[in-house]
Design a protein around this ligand. Structure first.
Ligand code: SF4
Ligand code: SF4
Length: 84
């Protein structure tokens, strides 16, 4: 499973992601984020682009290894974390 640190940084900036703007509040955070806990309030039903492992299985399993996909996603996490 992708080693998410549950920092909430991606969910707090989802409005910067062009295909996810419909989920964003005016401050760019996702309307489904609980800002007190950093947890997703629709976790079991969140979109596939919020599900690293499912996204990998569906779209990237023939393109690269899971570890490579994780590394790419971690690089994106670091960008979100440095922007907070
Ligand atoms: S930025 Fe990365 S580590 Fe932080 S909550 Fe999002 S996926 Fe998890
Ligand atoms: S749906 Fe959940 S996991 Fe996806 S950006 Fe919103 S709060 Fe984060």
């Amino acid at each position: 499973m992708f080693p998410c640190e549950k920092c909430g940084c991606c969910c707090r900036q989802i409005g910067k992601v062009f295909f996810a703007k419909s989920m964003a509040l005016p401050d760019d955070s996702c309307k489904y984020l609980n800002k007190n806990t950093n947890l997703c309030t629709i976790y079991e039903n969140r979109p596939i682009f919020c599900r690293v492992d499912d996204y990998y299985d569906k779209y990237y399993s023939k393109e690269m290894s899971r570890d490579e996909f994780y590394a790419q996603n971690k690089a994106i996490c670091k960008k979100f974390q440095s922007n907070k």
